[in-house]
Design a protein around this ligand. Structure first.
Ligand code: CA
Length: 441
């Protein structure tokens, strides 16, 4: 199976504000928090409720644990004084998308023409300072600009949650204690060292900050001073932001200089191709070519790319676009471990570089309700296929189970559950009368 590298920026990618999990196109990007909760900002502390005694107890314990890693207790006390949990953070952490969103719809939003235009302009106007950064880290300028665009709309949307409060909320709630505490310690370190004042540490509900949407730990480990003013400023310096992303991709994600990230391909349509090869073993280009896989639009493979082991993905199933993904696809996923994210960054970068976008058409899909996603997993389990937990997240394990089921029915084994396939699965497992049926809209 295709697995991301161990050095993943977020094993916890799920608590970022974007597209949960690595389900390919079946999970919707969550609604932006501004839509759900208003623009918010640092909310005034609400009156202390009785439940806040749990938060207070956690806070006192945390302060003691923080002292043991060398942070000055008096200063930490002062920084956390009056802090209360943020209910918006808990709501965002627990949110499950009700309806799936198709890959085509998702990419139309994240790689919009407006964003391509803005990225192209930034790339052109900033070449004097972007090009040396790209050269230094060996990461193409268009990849750095695309990440900048997707993470913060080129610095414009950095999020306005109070990062200290968000991380404290996640830590106190318990489910994310280890992540919350270690990131909160890193955030306090940033403030105490004087890298940034407390009020500048704003970001996403999950604690990602600045134009790069770095976690506090990634800031400490990978942020760089690219504009030479002596400060590592990912909040107001575009050069520091681009430089920090480049440093992160080169050092943490092992970006391979001189290589691409993926190539769209054309698969044989004569029925000979085994779609079960998707998300399977990786092979060099020549291996795929022997099986009739052709580069889409005549895009040639560079010698460096052709030698790499490439894996096949079918983000919208066998009837949609197909890609051979290269190691740099997984480097992008060190930023956010989702296929959807890597495709958005890579495709936006391609467009900024003047290359074509996706040539094959994305299929028109019926959205799938959460209840149906869970029902599909329950049906697969009842038929003897291992899906892990039936949680509505159609991840690698569910997709492997789907492939196995598809083989028993002589279907293309792409592992991709459409609305129609889910109805067939439920019917075969005798579940259709028990669970709600999605509206066929
Ligand atoms: Ca700087």
């Amino acid at each position: 199976m295709i697995e991301p590298p161990a050095a993943s920026r977020y094993a916890e990618a799920m608590y970022r504000r974007t597209f949960l999990a690595s389900t390919v196109g079946l999970i919707a990007a969550p609604i932006p928090y501004t839509q759900l909760y208003g623009t918010g900002g640092i909310a005034p502390p609400p009156p202390v409720a009785s439940g806040d005694s749990i938060f207070e107890a956690w806070k006192q314990g945390f302060i003691l644990r923080t002292a043991s890693v060398g942070l000055p207790m008096a200063r930490v006390n002062e920084l956390l004084a009056g802090l209360t949990p943020d209910p918006r953070v808990l709501a965002a952490d627990q949110r499950q998308p009700e309806l799936s969103r198709s890959m085509g719809d998702y990419l139309a939003g994240s790689v919009s023409q407006a964003r391509v235009n803005a990225g192209t302009r930034q790339r052109t106007e900033g070449s004097v300072w972007i090009d040396p950064i790209a050269e230094q880290h060996g990461v193409p300028a268009e990849i750095l600009v695309a990440i900048w665009g997707i993470e913060s709309n080129f610095g414009q949307n950095q999020g306005d949650y109070d990062v200290v409060r968000s991380l404290a909320t996640l830590a106190a709630e318990g489910r994310r204690r280890q992540f919350g505490e270690s990131q909160l310690q890193a955030a306090l370190k940033i403030i105490i060292r004087g890298d940034a004042p407390r009020e500048r540490l704003k970001g996403s509900w999950a604690g990602a900050m600045g134009q790069t949407q770095f976690t506090p730990e990634d800031y400490l480990n990978y942020a760089v001073d690219a504009d030479g003013d002596g400060k590592r400023d990912i909040w107001t310096s575009s050069a520091d932001s681009i430089g920090s992303s480049g440093n992160f991709l080169a050092r943490k994600a092992a970006w391979r200089r001189g290589q691409g990230w993926a190539k769209e391909v054309f698969l044989p349509t004569d029925g000979s191709f085994d779609y079960g090869l998707s998300e399977g073993e990786r092979h060099p280009w020549a291996w795929w070519a022997e099986r009739g896989v052709l580069p889409m639009g005549g895009q040639a493979w560079s010698p460096a790319d052709a030698e790499e082991a490439a894996g096949l993905i079918l983000p919208a199933g066998w009837s949609g676009p197909a890609f051979l993904i290269l190691p740099n696809h997984f480097a992008i996923r060190a930023y956010n471990n989702a296929t959807t994210y890597a495709l958005a960054v890579g495709l936006l970068a391609d467009r900024i570089a003047g290359r074509p976008g996706v040539l094959a058409a994305w299929p028109v899909e019926t959205p799938i309700a959460l209840a149906d996603r869970i029902a599909a997993q329950q049906a697969l389990a009842s038929l003897g296929f291992d899906v892990g937990e039936a949680d509505g997240v159609l991840g690698l394990k569910t997709r492997a189970a789907t492939r196995a089921w598809q083989r028993t029915r002589n279907m293309p084994a792409d592992g991709y559950l459409t609305f129609g396939l889910i109805q067939a699965l439920k019917s075969q497992a005798g579940l259709s009368s028990v669970l709600p049926v999605s509206p066929a809209s």
